[in-house]
Design a binder for this molecule. Structure first.
Ligand code: AMP
Ligand code: MG
Length: 391
């Protein structure tokens, strides 16, 4: 049995990069950006007013000023501001030459003769300086990140309407188990519904990868081999759930070997998900995920997702986010790194949720995230800081 850190390292090193493609920014959300985005202009292009008001010289704030013109957003000022004058200006408009202060409409008193007086107290100049956001030629987004909606705004601003991203990593999903029926069937006798496949497909989609579902293989070598071979042919990565423990019907590792794949580990000191099995072939990787739906979920989040990210050129770090624990926590055995579901209290503390173990699928739906319980730690006191991740 190896540690989580060791397993994570092996998996990270096995990641191989997929190809690139160009996409329109309207299709880019969630994709992995692999070429930097540069600005083709200064932003703002000129000193810009942050408020509706009057642009003037700071030193004239004490007296009355003559209003020369109105500068609306979308038109350039035509008059230079000089001593005793100002221009009415709208939010987003270019500040006229000569002005170094904009006072707000709410802090002004307009006279009938076209003059105006500042009634507030001098403070912030309400001017966004030219190029303070970014300058011409500046790299505004580095390669190696998942594209978020706010990144797309930056791309639009700098005119990068097409960006280079990794191709979606192709991921095949297979479930194994004689007891499984698909969710649209009502289980009879010893059957249960297959929840892993739909969950994994959703996790794959959330990771920005392209999932494809191959169905349920019965616990027979030939059946598993048939689906795994097909999924391997058609994908970069295969996630196969169930059949990796040490029961009589846990045949997945055997099939992995018969397909010529190299198994790198088949037991990791973590909870849930000790029997996680990882193997690779030529530009192919297979995760044999433990069958319990909570294990599958957690293993995907902590191990598979970072791997898929890496294949797409995004190097995700182990998240490090600390929160104080809301109650004392104890566990009997501490030889494995554990993740337990928690919610956030109104006081901003991490409260472990009722959790009966890796089959307890409904425990995750109310969870904000997972608390990491380090190996060797069997007791944590209320108020101590714990490492958490959002799920
Ligand atoms: P296994 O790893 O095949 O021994 O399965 C461990 C447990 O997870 C058993 O209780 C299985 O019934 C359950 N299980 C396996 N695969 C799935 C699945 N796709 N959906 C829901 N439960 C599953
Ligand atoms: Mg099974």
């Amino acid at each position: 049995m190896i540690t989580f850190e060791e397993a994570f390292r092996i998996v990270s090193e096995a990641a191989f990069r997929v190809g690139k493609e160009d996409v329109k920014i309207t299709d880019a959300a969630g994709r992995a950006l692999v070429a930097p985005v540069k600005s083709d202009m200064d932003m703002p292009p000129w000193n810009k007013s942050a408020v509706d008001g009057f642009a003037c010289r700071r030193e004239d704030l004490g007296g009355e000023m003559t209003v020369m013109e109105t500068v609306a957003a979308g038109v350039m000022p035509s008059k230079k501001v000089v001593e005793g004058t100002c221009s009415r200006i709208m939010t987003g408009a270019a500040v006229p030459e000569g002005a170094d202060y904009v006072f707000m409409l709410e802090e002004s008193e307009e006279k009938e003769d076209g003059r105006v007086r500042f009634t507030g107290r001098p403070g912030n100049d309400n001017i966004a300086r030219a190029a303070e956001d970014c300058y011409d030629g500046q790299t505004v987004l580095k390669a190696g990140r998942h594209i978020k909606p706010q990144d797309i705004a930056v791309m639009a601003v700098v005119g990068a309407t097409t960006v280079t991203v990794s191709k979606r990593v192709k991921v095949g999903v297979i479930s194994t188990g004689n007891e499984l029926v698909e969710p649209d069937k009502k289980p009879v006798a010893a059957q249960i519904r297959n929840s892993n496949s739909s969950q994994l497909m959703a996790q794959v989609a959330r990771a920005g990868a392209a999932g494809r579902y191959y169905g349920i293989a019965r616990d027979e070598e030939a059946a598993i081999e048939k689906l795994l071979r097909k999924a391997l042919d058609e994908n970069d990565v295969v996630l196969i759930s169930g059949g990796v423990s040490f029961g009589d019907y846990d045949l997945v590792p055997k099939v992995m070997r018969s397909l010529g794949l190299t198994i790198h580990f088949d037991q990791v000191a973590m909870q849930p998900g000790k029997p996680l099995t990882f193997c690779t072939g030529e530009k192919k990787a297979v995760f044999g995920l433990p069958g319990n739906p909570v294990s599958t979920f957690v293993q995907f989040e902590v191990m598979v997702r970072p791997f898929l990210d890496r294949m797409a050129g995004v190097a995700t770090e182990e998240p490090r986010m600390l929160m104080p624990l809301a109650t004392d926590y104890s566990r009997k055995r501490a030889e494995r790194l554990a993740w337990i579901p928690f919610t956030v209290t109104p006081a901003g503390e991490a409260l472990p949720l009722e959790y009966h173990g890796s089959g307890h699928i409904t425990s995750l739906t109310g969870a904000w995230g997972l608390i990491t319980i380090p190996r060797g730690q069997s007791w944590i006191q209320k108020g101590e800081m714990v490492n958490v991740r959002q799920i």
